[in-house]
Design a protein around this ligand. Structure first.
Ligand SMILES: Nc1ncnc2c1ncn2[C@@H]1O[C@H](COP(=O)(O)OP(=O)(O)OP(=O)(O)O)[C@@H](O)[C@H]1O
Ligand SMILES: [Mg+2]
Length: 237
């Protein structure tokens, strides 16, 4: 059996927005350890703090207090410039609504990710495996939602990131395309060993995860290891 090794370590993480009457305590003290190479699924009702949590882990927002360590390095004390460097070098981020650059082709959108990485994957190979080869010279407005999401995933994966964070990656996709995207994530996790956190409203996706997390009202109310994950292709909902 392979020894588990902590990759993401979160301790007493707190975050609020607004002040006084409009103050919202969004994260109320999160403690969590995720091992290297795990696929985690983070579930929770709307407003429970999932995106806020992901954005802090992803260096897009600062926490109020607490610590976040990624691969042994502390994030919470870093300046914006240092967080930018962290995002560039270690992170792939997949957003719900793709955030592709509309003036760039599929290929160019993915190349953006490759340019900023020290250890990128081969762009052509990746487009092939994402089923985007024939669409490589098209602009985002000329391809379907699923193809746009595959392109956004390509842009995140081409960096060969240690940590892949996905906020509702299948939220805007139909059943078949959602499953294709999940199969792809499973494949890159196996192939490259990246640690993956998937935020979703779809509880069925938890069955493919190695770890299942649940947030409610800013607190982590459960954190279970899944002893026997099933293949993404076997999921149904
Ligand atoms: N920039 C902000 N300013 C003020 N309040 C915010 C901000 N971002 C989030 N919030 C509030 O923080 C709470 C948690 O938001 P968050 O986006 O993390 O929830 P979520 O679990 O991702 O929800 P959903 O499933 O709907 O995406 C919500 O009450 C939201 O209104
Ligand atoms: Mg959200």
């Amino acid at each position: 059996m392979i020894e588990s090794e902590p990759y993401l370590e979160v301790s007493c993480l707190k975050k609020h927005y607004g002040e006084e009457g409009s103050r919202v305590d969004v994260l109320k003290g999160i403690d969590l350890t995720v091992d290297r190479g795990e696929i985690c699924v983070l579930l929770g009702p709307s407003g429970s703090g999932k995106s806020t949590f992901l954005n802090i882990i992803g260096g897009l927002e600062h926490a109020d207090s607490g610590t976040v360590r990624v691969d042994g390095c502390e994030l919470t004390e870093r300046s914006d410039a240092q967080l930018g460097e962290y995002r560039r070098s270690q992170l792939g981020f997949v957003f719900q609504f793709y955030n592709l650059l509309g003036d760039l082709t599929v290929r160019e959108n993915i190349e953006v990710g490759a340019h900023i990485s020290e250890n990128p994957l081969d762009v052509d190979e990746l487009m092939e495996s994402l089923g985007l080869w024939e669409h490589r010279f098209k602009f985002p407005s000329q391809i379907s939602g699923g193809q746009q999401q595959r392109c956004a995933i390509g842009r995140a994966l081409v960096k060969n990131p240690g940590l892949l964070l996905c906020d509702e990656p299948t939220g805007a996709l139909d059943y078949k395309t959602s499953k294709e995207i999940l199969c792809l994530m499973e494949r890159v996790n196996r192939q490259y060993g990246c640690t993956v956190v998937i935020v979703t409203h779809n509880a069925s996706i938890k069955h493919m995860a190695h770890r299942i997390l649940r947030l409610r009202d800013g607190r982590l109310v459960s954190n279970e290891k899944n002893a026997s994950p099933i293949a993404a292709s076997e999921l149904s909902w």
